[in-house]
Design a protein around this ligand. Structure first.
Ligand SMILES: CC(C)=CCC/C(C)=C/COP(=O)(O)OP(=O)(O)O
Ligand SMILES: C=C(C)CCOP(=O)(O)OP(=O)(O)O
Length: 294
């Protein structure tokens, strides 16, 4: 990891960790609801999606503060998805980000509502972002709702659940993962390109990069689910197996999954080269996703 990337990661994470609670504290809502929202937001995620968005801004010389509201909105939608994913009706998990899951602490009903409130507030945050013009805001809201909704993350989550216990092939698995996980990561990149005013050619190549990064992220997640350290990943090891999920190591073997990781790592870097963004923080970020241990 380059020292520039290490300090960028640290600074961006600190900025998000500091600002995220402010957006919740300002809400005129029940204390209990805000407490449940803050509980999961402050549990300490890696903040990969905000960092990705801000790395695109940095690559185009745009101040990262221009993306603050959208980056925080994105982290809120991601956090809502984890709260709901952990519910008894879905994965029924007890541990997330190294802490008891939201419903274990606040009860199911409040956990559902905390997720709902994070989702809905995220759109209000984008519409009120002070540095963005209305045209950009409308486009952002449109692509964000597509990425998070029925054709993206929500539908991908259902497809994932319907696939449990079934023998999926690698293409089917990649398609589910693209919707469930990849769309939100790809949105981070597309949002950065929109805010930075990237050309159409650059935006297309950045989307290719975003799609590959989403896939990389999920392959690595499956590998960590088997080889990771429960303490570091903040959830039990082997949960995919116990939930009967198809995974890349399950379909390809661990060596095959690692080979696939290497192939898609290269595929993520190629579009960056084509638009002269090799060697930027975006390359470091793809490397970080491949090498991460949590
Ligand atoms: C609309 C909803 C609820 C979307 C959930 C999306 C999502 C990426 C969940 C985590 O996936 P995972 O179960 O593979 O990861 P983990 O092992 O971290 O729970
Ligand atoms: C999409 C998946 C695989 C769920 C976990 O996402 P992250 O690994 O980004 O979780 P946090 O760091 O935000 O907790």
């Amino acid at each position: 990891m380059s020292s520039k990337f290490e300090s960028f990661l640290q600074e961006t994470k600190q900025l998000i960790d500091r600002e995220l609670p402010e957006f919740i504290n300002r809400l005129d809502a029940e204390h209990r609801l805000k407490e449940a929202m803050l509980y999961s937001l402050e549990a300490g995620g890696k903040r990969v999606r905000p960092v990705l968005l801000m790395a695109v801004l940095d690559a185009y010389g745009q101040p990262i503060s221009d993306g603050l509201e959208v980056a925080c909105a994105l982290e809120m939608v991601h956090t809502y998805s984890l709260i709901h994913d952990d519910l008894p009706a879905m994965d029924d998990d007890d541990l997330r980000r190294g802490q008891p899951t939201n419903h274990k602490v606040f009860g199911e009903a409040t956990a559902i509502l905390a997720g709902d409130a994070l989702l809905t507030h995220s759109f209000s945050m984008i519409s009120n972002a002070p540095h963005l013009n209305d045209d950009v805001k409308v486009k952002l809201i449109s692509i964000f709702s597509e990425a998070a909704g029925a054709s993206g993350m929500v539908g991908g989550q259902l497809a994932d659940m319907l696939g449990e216990g079934k023998q999926l092939d690698v293409d089917q698995l990649a398609s589910i993962h693209h919707r469930k996980t990849g769309e939100l990561l790809a949105f981070a990149v597309k949002a950065g390109a929109l805010i930075a005013g990237a050309t159409m050619t650059d935006a297309v190549k950045l989307s290719e990069y975003g799609k590959e990064v989403g896939l990389l992220f999920q392959i690595k997640d499956d590998i960590l689910d088997l080889e990771g350290d429960a303490q570091l990943i903040g959830k039990p090891v082997g949960s995919d197996l116990s939930n009967n999920k198809s995974t890349y190591p399950g379909l390809l073997g661990m060596d095959g999954a690692k080979e696939m990781l290497a192939t898609h790592h290269q595929k993520a870097l190629d579009p960056l080269k084509e638009i002269g963004l090799a060697g930027t923080l975006l390359e470091d970020l793809a490397n970080y996703i491949v090498q991460r241990n949590h």
